[in-house]
Design a protein around this ligand. Structure first.
Ligand code: PGA
Length: 234
C-alpha cells in the first residue's frame, strides 16, 4: 500500500520539527510518501522510511518565473513524488487540465512520479457526470504521454465533496470509480483520498481494488495516523 501524506498549507518550521519526531516513531509496512510544504521539503529530518513528495510544481523548466519551483529543483531535493491537479489548486488557483498536463510531463522528465488528483464535485455526481469528469481529467493530463510514461503515474481519486468534509462515498461508489479509472489506465496504481481516517479505514479497506490512500487532515495527526496504518495493515 502507498500512503501519501498531504500536509497542505500547514506546519511552521518548529511545528514541523516536532511533527517529524512523532512521525518517525511510526512503524509500518506501507510505503509512506510525505508531502510537506516547499519550505519543509528538506530531507534532513525524515528517516529513510519516508519518501518525499511535493504538493505542486511549475509548468516551466527554469528561468524568470518568480515564485515558481521547477521539477529539476525538486529532484535536487530528493523529491520522488509530486501531487498534481489537486482540487484545491484547480479551484483556488484555477489550474487547468492543460497546465496539469505540462506539469506531469515536467515531472516525468525528472523521473519524479506524478500523483494526479482527479474527482468530481457534488453537483457532477448528482448529474451522473462522474465518468465524464474522470475521463476528461485523466485523458487531458496524459494525452502527450507514451504508454510507458502513463504506467509510471499514480492516480488519486478524490471526490471533491469528500475532501475535508468527514463524508466518504459508499464502498460501491469508490469501486465503480476505481474500476473506471483502471479501464482508462490499466497499469496505474490508484489511491483513495477524501476524509479517510482511523475511524472509517475498516470500511474503506473492504474495497480491495484500492492501492493506497492520500491523506490530508489525518496526515497532521501522527497518533491517529498510526492507528489508521495499524488497522490498514492488519
Ligand atoms: P482530507 O484531504 O483527507 O483532509 O479530506 C485529502 C486531500 O485533500 O488530499
Amino acid at each position: 500500500m502507498i500512503v501519501a501524506l498531504n500536509n497542505k498549507c500547514n506546519l511552521t518550521k518548529s511545528e514541523y520539527k516536532r511533527y517529524i519526531e512523532e512521525l518517525n516513531k511510526i512503524n509500518c509496512t506501507s510505503k509512506l510518501v510525505l508531502c510537506p510544504t516547499f519550505l519543509n521539503l528538506s530531507s534532513e529530518l525524515v528517516t529513510p522510511k519516508f519518501q518525499l513528495g511535493a504538493q505542486n510544481v511549475s509548468i516551466n523548466d527554469k528561468g524568470a518565473f518568480t515564485g515558481e519551483i521547477a521539477a529539476s529543483q525538486l529532484k535536487s531535493y530528493n523529491v520522488e513524488y509530486c501531487l498534481v491537479g489537486h482540487s484545491e489548486r484547480r479551484i483556488y488557483q484555477k489550474e487547468t487540465n492543460e497546465e496539469i498536463s505540462l506539469k506531469v510531463e515536467r515531472l516525468l522528465k525528472q523521473n519524479i512520479t506524478p500523483i494526479l488528483c482527479v474527482g468530481e464535485s457534488k453537483e457532477e455526481r448528482d448529474n451522473s457526470k462522474v465518468r465524464f469528469v474522470l475521463r476528461q481529467e485523466i485523458e487531458t493530463a496524459t494525452k502527450k504521454l507514451t504508454q510507458s510514461q502513463r504506467d509510471r503515474l499514480i492516480i488519486a481519486y478524490e471526490p471533491i465533496w469528500s475532501i475535508g468534509t468527514g463524508i466518504i462515498p459508499e464502498n460501491e461508489e469508490i469501486k465503480e470509480a476505481f474500476q473506471y479509472i483502471k479501464e482508462i489506465l490499466p497499469n496505474t496504481k490508484v489511491l483513495y483520498g477524501g476524509s479517510a481516517n482511523e475511524k472509517n479505514i475498516d470500511t474503506l479497506k473492504e474495497v480491495s481494488i484500492i492501492d493506497g490512500f492520500l491523506l490530508g487532515g489525518l496526515s497532521l495527526k501522527p497518533k491517529e495516523l498510526n492507528i489508521f496504518l495499524e488497522k490498514l495493515e492488519n
